[in-house]
Design a protein around this ligand. Structure first.
Ligand code: AHR
Length: 507
Protein backbone atom coordinates (compact mmCIF):
# COMPACT_ATOMS: atom_id res chain seq x y z
CA UNK A 1 0.00 0.00 0.00
CA UNK A 2 1.16 3.51 -0.80
CA UNK A 3 1.09 6.14 1.95
CA UNK A 4 0.71 9.68 0.62
CA UNK A 5 2.02 12.37 2.97
CA UNK A 6 1.84 16.07 2.26
CA UNK A 7 3.48 18.15 4.92
CA UNK A 8 1.70 21.23 3.60
CA UNK A 9 -1.66 19.77 4.71
CA UNK A 10 -1.51 20.34 8.47
CA UNK A 11 -4.45 19.01 10.51
CA UNK A 12 -3.26 20.76 13.66
CA UNK A 13 -0.77 20.82 16.50
CA UNK A 14 -1.56 18.17 19.06
CA UNK A 15 -1.60 19.20 22.73
CA UNK A 16 0.84 17.07 24.73
CA UNK A 17 -2.01 16.57 27.22
CA UNK A 18 -3.48 13.89 24.94
CA UNK A 19 -0.78 11.68 26.48
CA UNK A 20 -2.17 12.31 29.96
CA UNK A 21 -2.92 9.81 32.70
CA UNK A 22 -5.35 9.08 35.54
CA UNK A 23 -4.83 7.65 39.02
CA UNK A 24 -7.63 6.69 41.38
CA UNK A 25 -8.02 5.58 44.99
CA UNK A 26 -8.80 2.06 43.84
CA UNK A 27 -7.01 -1.18 44.73
CA UNK A 28 -3.23 -0.51 44.64
CA UNK A 29 -2.99 2.51 42.39
CA UNK A 30 -2.18 4.96 45.22
CA UNK A 31 -1.35 2.92 48.35
CA UNK A 32 1.16 0.26 47.32
CA UNK A 33 1.38 1.82 43.90
CA UNK A 34 2.88 5.25 43.53
CA UNK A 35 2.73 5.96 47.30
CA UNK A 36 4.41 3.53 49.67
CA UNK A 37 5.83 5.26 52.77
CA UNK A 38 8.31 3.02 54.55
CA UNK A 39 9.30 1.11 51.44
CA UNK A 40 13.06 1.00 50.89
CA UNK A 41 12.21 1.99 47.29
CA UNK A 42 10.42 5.17 48.37
CA UNK A 43 11.80 8.67 48.82
CA UNK A 44 11.56 10.87 51.90
CA UNK A 45 7.96 11.74 51.02
CA UNK A 46 6.88 8.13 50.59
CA UNK A 47 6.77 8.02 46.79
CA UNK A 48 8.16 5.00 44.93
CA UNK A 49 11.24 6.39 43.20
CA UNK A 50 11.20 3.72 40.48
CA UNK A 51 7.61 4.67 39.64
CA UNK A 52 8.42 8.38 39.63
CA UNK A 53 11.28 7.77 37.18
CA UNK A 54 9.04 5.68 34.92
CA UNK A 55 6.37 8.41 34.95
CA UNK A 56 8.97 11.06 34.13
CA UNK A 57 10.35 9.03 31.22
CA UNK A 58 6.98 9.12 29.47
CA UNK A 59 6.69 12.81 30.36
CA UNK A 60 3.27 12.53 32.03
CA UNK A 61 1.80 15.93 31.10
CA UNK A 62 -1.30 15.86 33.29
CA UNK A 63 -2.53 13.50 36.02
CA UNK A 64 -6.25 13.31 36.85
CA UNK A 65 -7.07 12.41 40.51
CA UNK A 66 -8.68 11.19 42.91
CA UNK A 67 -11.38 9.39 40.84
CA UNK A 68 -13.34 7.97 39.15
CA UNK A 69 -16.21 6.52 41.10
CA UNK A 70 -14.21 7.02 44.31
CA UNK A 71 -14.63 10.79 44.16
CA UNK A 72 -18.44 10.80 44.27
CA UNK A 73 -18.53 10.36 48.03
CA UNK A 74 -15.07 11.78 48.84
CA UNK A 75 -14.64 14.79 51.10
CA UNK A 76 -11.30 16.43 50.48
CA UNK A 77 -11.13 18.11 53.88
CA UNK A 78 -10.76 14.72 55.62
CA UNK A 79 -7.48 14.18 53.76
CA UNK A 80 -5.57 17.38 54.51
CA UNK A 81 -3.89 18.67 57.67
CA UNK A 82 -2.36 17.03 60.69
CA UNK A 83 -5.45 14.99 61.59
CA UNK A 84 -6.56 12.67 58.78
CA UNK A 85 -9.94 11.00 59.07
CA UNK A 86 -10.10 7.51 57.56
CA UNK A 87 -13.22 7.18 55.47
CA UNK A 88 -15.21 4.14 54.40
CA UNK A 89 -15.29 4.58 50.64
CA UNK A 90 -18.83 3.62 49.68
CA UNK A 91 -17.95 3.42 46.00
CA UNK A 92 -15.33 0.73 46.32
CA UNK A 93 -16.49 -0.50 49.75
CA UNK A 94 -13.10 -0.27 51.46
CA UNK A 95 -11.57 2.06 54.02
CA UNK A 96 -9.28 4.78 52.72
CA UNK A 97 -6.81 6.02 55.38
CA UNK A 98 -6.81 9.48 53.77
CA UNK A 99 -3.06 9.69 54.34
CA UNK A 100 -2.75 10.56 50.65
CA UNK A 101 -4.68 13.75 50.06
CA UNK A 102 -4.45 17.03 48.17
CA UNK A 103 -1.05 18.04 49.53
CA UNK A 104 0.51 14.67 48.76
CA UNK A 105 -1.08 14.70 45.30
CA UNK A 106 0.34 18.12 44.47
CA UNK A 107 3.73 16.97 45.74
CA UNK A 108 3.49 13.99 43.36
CA UNK A 109 2.65 16.26 40.43
CA UNK A 110 5.59 18.52 41.24
CA UNK A 111 7.96 15.54 41.45
CA UNK A 112 7.03 14.25 38.00
CA UNK A 113 6.58 17.72 36.51
CA UNK A 114 2.96 17.38 35.40
CA UNK A 115 -0.16 19.53 35.55
CA UNK A 116 -2.59 18.60 38.34
CA UNK A 117 -6.18 17.91 37.32
CA UNK A 118 -8.66 17.47 40.17
CA UNK A 119 -12.02 15.75 39.78
CA UNK A 120 -14.53 16.94 42.38
CA UNK A 121 -17.34 15.22 44.25
CA UNK A 122 -20.61 16.02 42.48
CA UNK A 123 -22.23 12.89 43.91
CA UNK A 124 -22.70 13.70 47.61
CA UNK A 125 -20.71 16.94 47.37
CA UNK A 126 -21.96 20.48 46.99
CA UNK A 127 -21.00 23.53 44.92
CA UNK A 128 -19.62 24.99 48.13
CA UNK A 129 -17.40 21.97 48.91
CA UNK A 130 -16.05 22.02 45.34
CA UNK A 131 -15.30 25.75 45.42
CA UNK A 132 -13.80 25.46 48.91
CA UNK A 133 -11.34 22.97 47.37
CA UNK A 134 -10.44 25.61 44.76
CA UNK A 135 -9.94 28.08 47.61
CA UNK A 136 -7.62 25.65 49.40
CA UNK A 137 -5.54 25.08 46.29
CA UNK A 138 -5.52 28.39 44.49
CA UNK A 139 -6.11 31.43 46.71
CA UNK A 140 -3.02 33.17 48.02
CA UNK A 141 -4.13 33.99 51.57
CA UNK A 142 -7.79 34.92 51.45
CA UNK A 143 -10.28 32.89 53.36
CA UNK A 144 -9.92 30.06 55.83
CA UNK A 145 -9.02 27.38 53.30
CA UNK A 146 -6.04 29.21 51.82
CA UNK A 147 -4.87 29.85 55.36
CA UNK A 148 -5.36 26.16 56.15
CA UNK A 149 -3.13 25.24 53.22
CA UNK A 150 -0.48 27.61 54.51
CA UNK A 151 -0.83 26.14 57.99
CA UNK A 152 -0.32 22.71 56.45
CA UNK A 153 3.01 23.80 55.10
CA UNK A 154 2.31 25.10 51.60
CA UNK A 155 2.72 28.86 51.60
CA UNK A 156 2.25 29.35 47.88
CA UNK A 157 -0.99 28.44 46.09
CA UNK A 158 -0.97 25.28 43.97
CA UNK A 159 -2.45 26.99 40.91
CA UNK A 160 -4.51 23.94 39.90
CA UNK A 161 -5.85 24.91 36.49
CA UNK A 162 -7.92 21.88 35.49
CA UNK A 163 -10.99 20.90 37.48
CA UNK A 164 -13.76 18.47 36.66
CA UNK A 165 -17.23 18.77 38.13
CA UNK A 166 -18.16 15.19 38.84
CA UNK A 167 -17.44 11.78 37.42
CA UNK A 168 -19.99 9.70 35.47
CA UNK A 169 -22.89 11.13 37.50
CA UNK A 170 -25.13 9.91 34.71
CA UNK A 171 -24.55 6.27 35.71
CA UNK A 172 -26.71 4.25 38.10
CA UNK A 173 -23.47 2.81 39.49
CA UNK A 174 -22.25 6.24 40.61
CA UNK A 175 -22.86 7.44 44.15
CA UNK A 176 -25.16 10.46 43.93
CA UNK A 177 -26.22 9.81 40.32
CA UNK A 178 -28.21 12.67 38.79
CA UNK A 179 -30.89 13.21 36.16
CA UNK A 180 -29.93 15.28 33.12
CA UNK A 181 -31.97 18.23 34.40
CA UNK A 182 -30.52 18.09 37.90
CA UNK A 183 -27.04 17.73 36.43
CA UNK A 184 -27.26 20.90 34.37
CA UNK A 185 -28.33 22.89 37.41
CA UNK A 186 -25.72 21.40 39.75
CA UNK A 187 -22.87 21.95 37.27
CA UNK A 188 -23.99 25.52 36.61
CA UNK A 189 -24.08 26.44 40.31
CA UNK A 190 -20.81 24.61 41.04
CA UNK A 191 -19.06 26.20 38.07
CA UNK A 192 -20.32 29.62 39.17
CA UNK A 193 -18.81 29.29 42.65
CA UNK A 194 -15.56 27.75 41.37
CA UNK A 195 -15.13 30.46 38.76
CA UNK A 196 -15.90 33.19 41.30
CA UNK A 197 -13.18 31.69 43.49
CA UNK A 198 -10.58 31.49 40.73
CA UNK A 199 -11.40 32.71 37.22
CA UNK A 200 -8.14 31.16 36.05
CA UNK A 201 -9.55 27.66 36.33
CA UNK A 202 -10.54 25.62 33.25
CA UNK A 203 -13.62 23.59 34.06
CA UNK A 204 -15.04 20.43 32.61
CA UNK A 205 -17.98 18.28 33.61
CA UNK A 206 -18.92 14.64 33.30
CA UNK A 207 -20.63 13.78 30.01
CA UNK A 208 -21.13 10.90 27.63
CA UNK A 209 -22.41 10.27 24.11
CA UNK A 210 -26.00 11.01 25.10
CA UNK A 211 -27.77 13.94 23.47
CA UNK A 212 -30.26 14.72 26.25
CA UNK A 213 -27.55 14.76 28.91
CA UNK A 214 -25.15 16.84 26.88
CA UNK A 215 -27.65 19.33 25.46
CA UNK A 216 -28.99 19.99 28.94
CA UNK A 217 -25.45 20.34 30.31
CA UNK A 218 -24.28 22.64 27.55
CA UNK A 219 -27.44 24.78 27.51
CA UNK A 220 -26.97 25.41 31.24
CA UNK A 221 -23.20 25.64 31.41
CA UNK A 222 -21.70 26.54 28.04
CA UNK A 223 -20.53 29.89 29.39
CA UNK A 224 -18.61 28.22 32.24
CA UNK A 225 -17.06 25.15 30.59
CA UNK A 226 -13.83 25.00 28.57
CA UNK A 227 -13.98 21.20 28.31
CA UNK A 228 -16.46 18.36 28.18
CA UNK A 229 -15.40 15.00 29.66
CA UNK A 230 -16.06 11.58 28.19
CA UNK A 231 -14.82 8.07 29.05
CA UNK A 232 -14.52 4.80 27.17
CA UNK A 233 -13.42 1.23 28.00
CA UNK A 234 -13.90 -1.04 24.99
CA UNK A 235 -13.48 -4.52 26.50
CA UNK A 236 -16.07 -4.21 29.26
CA UNK A 237 -14.86 -6.97 31.57
CA UNK A 238 -15.55 -5.30 34.92
CA UNK A 239 -17.77 -8.21 36.00
CA UNK A 240 -16.34 -11.18 34.10
CA UNK A 241 -12.63 -10.57 33.44
CA UNK A 242 -13.10 -12.50 30.19
CA UNK A 243 -10.35 -10.77 28.20
CA UNK A 244 -10.98 -10.23 24.51
CA UNK A 245 -8.35 -12.12 22.50
CA UNK A 246 -6.10 -10.44 19.93
CA UNK A 247 -8.55 -10.63 17.03
CA UNK A 248 -11.44 -9.43 19.18
CA UNK A 249 -9.32 -6.49 20.36
CA UNK A 250 -8.60 -5.58 16.75
CA UNK A 251 -12.35 -5.65 16.11
CA UNK A 252 -12.67 -2.89 18.70
CA UNK A 253 -10.44 -0.66 16.51
CA UNK A 254 -13.25 -0.37 13.96
CA UNK A 255 -14.92 3.02 14.57
CA UNK A 256 -12.51 3.52 17.50
CA UNK A 257 -13.15 7.27 17.35
CA UNK A 258 -16.97 7.14 17.30
CA UNK A 259 -17.34 8.90 20.67
CA UNK A 260 -15.19 11.79 19.47
CA UNK A 261 -17.22 12.04 16.26
CA UNK A 262 -20.50 12.18 18.20
CA UNK A 263 -19.35 14.85 20.64
CA UNK A 264 -17.74 16.84 17.81
CA UNK A 265 -21.04 16.75 15.96
CA UNK A 266 -22.99 18.04 18.96
CA UNK A 267 -20.49 20.80 19.75
CA UNK A 268 -20.56 21.87 16.11
CA UNK A 269 -24.36 21.85 15.99
CA UNK A 270 -24.40 24.05 19.10
CA UNK A 271 -21.65 26.26 17.62
CA UNK A 272 -19.37 25.42 20.55
CA UNK A 273 -16.64 23.51 18.72
CA UNK A 274 -14.25 26.47 18.89
CA UNK A 275 -14.94 27.16 22.58
CA UNK A 276 -15.21 23.76 24.25
CA UNK A 277 -12.70 20.92 23.80
CA UNK A 278 -13.02 17.23 24.55
CA UNK A 279 -11.21 15.81 27.58
CA UNK A 280 -11.23 12.06 27.02
CA UNK A 281 -10.28 11.76 30.65
CA UNK A 282 -10.63 8.04 31.17
CA UNK A 283 -9.81 5.47 28.50
CA UNK A 284 -8.35 1.99 28.30
CA UNK A 285 -8.92 -1.02 26.10
CA UNK A 286 -9.78 -3.05 29.19
CA UNK A 287 -12.40 -2.26 31.81
CA UNK A 288 -11.13 -2.70 35.37
CA UNK A 289 -12.10 -5.99 37.05
CA UNK A 290 -14.19 -5.27 40.15
CA UNK A 291 -17.02 -7.81 40.14
CA UNK A 292 -20.21 -7.31 42.14
CA UNK A 293 -19.08 -3.99 43.61
CA UNK A 294 -22.20 -2.17 42.44
CA UNK A 295 -24.42 -5.07 43.44
CA UNK A 296 -26.84 -4.52 46.33
CA UNK A 297 -27.47 -8.26 46.71
CA UNK A 298 -27.80 -9.20 50.36
CA UNK A 299 -25.08 -11.32 51.93
CA UNK A 300 -22.38 -10.36 49.43
CA UNK A 301 -18.96 -11.40 50.72
CA UNK A 302 -15.52 -9.90 50.24
CA UNK A 303 -14.57 -13.06 48.38
CA UNK A 304 -17.18 -11.97 45.83
CA UNK A 305 -16.46 -8.27 45.49
CA UNK A 306 -13.07 -7.39 47.01
CA UNK A 307 -10.45 -10.11 46.71
CA UNK A 308 -11.02 -10.75 42.97
CA UNK A 309 -9.56 -7.28 42.25
CA UNK A 310 -6.09 -8.81 42.61
CA UNK A 311 -6.71 -10.53 39.26
CA UNK A 312 -6.08 -7.16 37.58
CA UNK A 313 -2.44 -7.78 38.57
CA UNK A 314 -1.96 -10.68 36.12
CA UNK A 315 0.75 -9.16 33.91
CA UNK A 316 0.47 -11.92 31.32
CA UNK A 317 -2.87 -10.46 30.25
CA UNK A 318 -1.37 -7.16 29.00
CA UNK A 319 -0.09 -8.22 25.61
CA UNK A 320 0.53 -6.82 22.13
CA UNK A 321 -3.26 -6.61 21.78
CA UNK A 322 -3.24 -3.87 24.43
CA UNK A 323 -0.23 -2.18 22.83
CA UNK A 324 -1.62 -2.20 19.28
CA UNK A 325 -5.05 -1.03 20.40
CA UNK A 326 -3.53 1.74 22.54
CA UNK A 327 -1.48 2.97 19.58
CA UNK A 328 -4.56 2.97 17.34
CA UNK A 329 -6.40 5.16 19.84
CA UNK A 330 -3.43 7.51 20.21
CA UNK A 331 -3.40 7.86 16.42
CA UNK A 332 -7.10 8.73 16.57
CA UNK A 333 -6.53 11.32 19.29
CA UNK A 334 -3.78 12.92 17.20
CA UNK A 335 -5.98 13.01 14.10
CA UNK A 336 -8.66 14.78 16.17
CA UNK A 337 -6.25 17.17 17.83
CA UNK A 338 -8.37 20.15 16.72
CA UNK A 339 -11.09 19.15 19.20
CA UNK A 340 -9.45 16.70 21.65
CA UNK A 341 -7.15 18.63 23.97
CA UNK A 342 -6.66 16.12 26.74
CA UNK A 343 -6.86 12.36 27.26
CA UNK A 344 -6.07 10.34 30.36
CA UNK A 345 -5.05 6.72 30.24
CA UNK A 346 -6.92 4.90 33.00
CA UNK A 347 -5.01 4.24 35.10
CA UNK A 348 -1.24 4.71 34.95
CA UNK A 349 -0.20 2.54 37.92
CA UNK A 350 -1.53 -0.99 38.65
CA UNK A 351 -5.08 -2.24 37.90
CA UNK A 352 -4.98 -2.05 34.05
CA UNK A 353 -2.17 0.51 34.08
CA UNK A 354 0.97 0.65 32.01
CA UNK A 355 3.13 0.41 35.17
CA UNK A 356 2.79 -2.50 37.61
CA UNK A 357 4.35 -2.42 41.08
CA UNK A 358 5.04 -5.02 43.75
CA UNK A 359 6.88 -4.51 47.05
CA UNK A 360 10.31 -5.21 45.56
CA UNK A 361 9.94 -4.25 41.94
CA UNK A 362 8.12 -2.80 38.99
CA UNK A 363 7.02 -4.04 35.57
CA UNK A 364 6.67 -1.83 32.51
CA UNK A 365 3.77 -3.42 30.65
CA UNK A 366 3.46 -3.40 26.83
CA UNK A 367 1.33 -0.23 26.86
CA UNK A 368 4.05 1.71 28.70
CA UNK A 369 6.31 1.42 25.68
CA UNK A 370 3.58 2.72 23.38
CA UNK A 371 3.53 5.94 25.43
CA UNK A 372 7.34 5.97 25.35
CA UNK A 373 7.27 5.80 21.55
CA UNK A 374 4.56 8.44 21.07
CA UNK A 375 5.87 10.90 23.65
CA UNK A 376 9.56 10.62 22.85
CA UNK A 377 9.76 9.86 19.12
CA UNK A 378 6.66 11.30 17.40
CA UNK A 379 6.15 14.89 16.25
CA UNK A 380 3.58 17.43 17.43
CA UNK A 381 2.35 18.71 14.06
CA UNK A 382 -0.27 16.34 12.67
CA UNK A 383 -0.21 16.00 8.89
CA UNK A 384 -2.93 14.77 6.57
CA UNK A 385 -2.20 11.31 5.22
CA UNK A 386 -4.05 8.95 2.91
CA UNK A 387 -3.38 5.36 1.97
CA UNK A 388 -3.78 4.03 -1.56
CA UNK A 389 -4.79 0.34 -1.84
CA UNK A 390 -5.17 0.20 1.92
CA UNK A 391 -4.83 -3.34 3.20
CA UNK A 392 -7.75 -4.80 5.14
CA UNK A 393 -8.35 -7.85 7.25
CA UNK A 394 -11.33 -9.66 8.76
CA UNK A 395 -11.51 -10.45 12.47
CA UNK A 396 -14.15 -11.89 14.79
CA UNK A 397 -15.58 -9.71 17.53
CA UNK A 398 -16.66 -11.06 20.91
CA UNK A 399 -20.14 -11.71 19.57
CA UNK A 400 -18.68 -13.93 16.85
CA UNK A 401 -19.46 -11.52 14.03
CA UNK A 402 -16.94 -11.04 11.23
CA UNK A 403 -15.66 -7.46 11.25
CA UNK A 404 -13.57 -5.88 8.45
CA UNK A 405 -10.87 -3.54 9.73
CA UNK A 406 -7.89 -1.77 8.16
CA UNK A 407 -4.72 -3.82 8.62
CA UNK A 408 -2.54 -0.74 8.93
CA UNK A 409 -3.03 2.57 10.73
CA UNK A 410 -0.67 5.40 9.76
CA UNK A 411 -0.24 8.81 11.38
CA UNK A 412 2.22 11.34 9.92
CA UNK A 413 3.71 14.14 11.99
CA UNK A 414 6.16 17.00 11.70
CA UNK A 415 7.94 18.98 14.39
CA UNK A 416 7.15 22.54 15.46
CA UNK A 417 10.67 22.64 16.83
CA UNK A 418 13.07 20.71 14.66
CA UNK A 419 13.07 19.13 11.23
CA UNK A 420 12.06 15.87 9.66
CA UNK A 421 9.00 13.66 9.71
CA UNK A 422 7.86 10.96 12.10
CA UNK A 423 5.26 8.36 11.24
CA UNK A 424 3.38 6.13 13.64
CA UNK A 425 2.81 2.99 11.56
CA UNK A 426 0.77 0.19 13.13
CA UNK A 427 0.39 -3.28 11.62
CA UNK A 428 -2.66 -4.91 13.24
CA UNK A 429 -2.24 -8.22 11.42
CA UNK A 430 -1.68 -11.17 13.79
CA UNK A 431 0.69 -12.97 11.43
CA UNK A 432 1.23 -11.00 8.21
CA UNK A 433 4.00 -8.54 7.41
CA UNK A 434 2.55 -5.41 5.82
CA UNK A 435 4.67 -3.28 3.45
CA UNK A 436 4.13 0.43 3.04
CA UNK A 437 5.49 2.60 0.24
CA UNK A 438 6.18 6.16 1.34
CA UNK A 439 5.10 8.79 -1.15
CA UNK A 440 6.39 12.10 0.15
CA UNK A 441 6.69 15.04 -2.30
CA UNK A 442 10.41 15.58 -2.61
CA UNK A 443 10.16 19.15 -3.83
CA UNK A 444 13.09 21.47 -4.10
CA UNK A 445 13.51 23.32 -0.83
CA UNK A 446 16.15 26.04 -0.62
CA UNK A 447 17.91 24.40 -3.51
CA UNK A 448 18.05 20.98 -1.88
CA UNK A 449 15.76 18.00 -2.25
CA UNK A 450 13.80 17.59 0.99
CA UNK A 451 14.13 14.21 2.72
CA UNK A 452 16.06 12.57 -0.11
CA UNK A 453 19.13 10.94 1.39
CA UNK A 454 17.85 11.77 4.88
CA UNK A 455 18.57 9.11 7.50
CA UNK A 456 15.61 6.82 8.25
CA UNK A 457 15.32 5.09 11.63
CA UNK A 458 12.55 2.86 12.90
CA UNK A 459 11.66 2.26 16.56
CA UNK A 460 9.48 -0.85 16.83
CA UNK A 461 7.43 -2.67 19.44
CA UNK A 462 6.18 -6.11 18.41
CA UNK A 463 7.11 -8.81 20.90
CA UNK A 464 7.60 -12.32 19.62
CA UNK A 465 3.89 -13.03 19.32
CA UNK A 466 0.49 -11.42 19.82
CA UNK A 467 0.56 -12.84 23.37
CA UNK A 468 3.91 -11.30 24.33
CA UNK A 469 3.94 -9.57 27.71
CA UNK A 470 6.32 -8.34 30.41
CA UNK A 471 6.51 -9.51 34.00
CA UNK A 472 9.03 -9.79 36.83
CA UNK A 473 11.95 -11.67 35.25
CA UNK A 474 10.18 -11.86 31.87
CA UNK A 475 10.79 -9.11 29.32
CA UNK A 476 9.26 -9.97 25.94
CA UNK A 477 8.14 -6.50 24.83
CA UNK A 478 10.64 -3.70 24.36
CA UNK A 479 11.49 -1.04 21.81
CA UNK A 480 13.90 -2.14 19.10
CA UNK A 481 15.74 0.39 16.94
CA UNK A 482 16.63 -0.26 13.30
CA UNK A 483 18.61 1.85 10.83
CA UNK A 484 16.75 1.79 7.52
CA UNK A 485 19.42 3.65 5.56
CA UNK A 486 18.61 6.79 3.60
CA UNK A 487 15.26 7.99 2.33
CA UNK A 488 14.57 7.68 -1.39
CA UNK A 489 11.45 8.21 -3.44
CA UNK A 490 8.84 5.48 -2.99
CA UNK A 491 10.79 3.88 -0.18
CA UNK A 492 9.28 0.56 0.94
CA UNK A 493 9.20 -0.33 4.64
CA UNK A 494 8.08 -3.68 6.04
CA UNK A 495 6.02 -3.64 9.23
CA UNK A 496 6.18 -6.78 11.39
CA UNK A 497 2.90 -8.42 12.44
CA UNK A 498 1.24 -7.02 15.62
CA UNK A 499 3.67 -4.09 15.69
CA UNK A 500 3.74 -0.42 16.61
CA UNK A 501 6.44 1.48 14.74
CA UNK A 502 7.75 5.04 14.76
CA UNK A 503 9.57 5.83 11.51
CA UNK A 504 11.80 8.90 11.76
CA UNK A 505 12.86 10.57 8.50
CA UNK A 506 15.50 13.27 8.91
CA UNK A 507 16.71 14.62 12.25
O1 AHR B 1 -13.69 0.80 36.53
C1 AHR B 1 -13.20 2.01 37.07
C2 AHR B 1 -14.23 3.07 36.89
O2 AHR B 1 -14.57 3.22 35.53
C3 AHR B 1 -13.87 4.49 37.30
O3 AHR B 1 -13.76 4.68 38.68
C4 AHR B 1 -15.05 5.21 36.71
O4 AHR B 1 -14.82 6.55 36.44
C5 AHR B 1 -15.35 4.41 35.43
O5 AHR B 1 -16.68 3.98 35.43
Amino acid sequence: MKVHINEKRVLGKRDKMIYGHFIEHFHRQIYGGVYEPGSPMSDEDGFRQDVLEAMKKIKVPVLRWPGGCFVSSYHWREAVGQKRTPMFDKSWRVEDPNTFGTDEYIKLCRKIGCEPYICTNAGTGTPEEMSDWVEYCNLETEGKYARWRIENGSGKPYKVKYWSIGNENYGSWEIGAKSAVAWGELVRESAKMMTHTDPGTELTAAALTDLEWNINLLKNCKDYLRWISIHEYWDGINQTNDYADYGQCMAYTKDIGHSIDEIRGLLTAMKLEKKIKIAFDEWNLRGWYHPNVHTIRQGLTKEEYLYPRDENDDNSKYTMADAVFTACFLNTLNRNCDIVGMANYAPIVNTRGCIYTCPDGMVLRSTYFVFDLYVNYLGDIVLDTWCEDAAAMEVKNKQGDTVPVDSVDILATGFSEGKGLALAAINKEAGEVRSITLSIPCEEKDGTMSYLANKVSMYSLSGSSTESYNDIGHMDVKIEERDLGHFHADMVINLKPHSVNIIRIGD
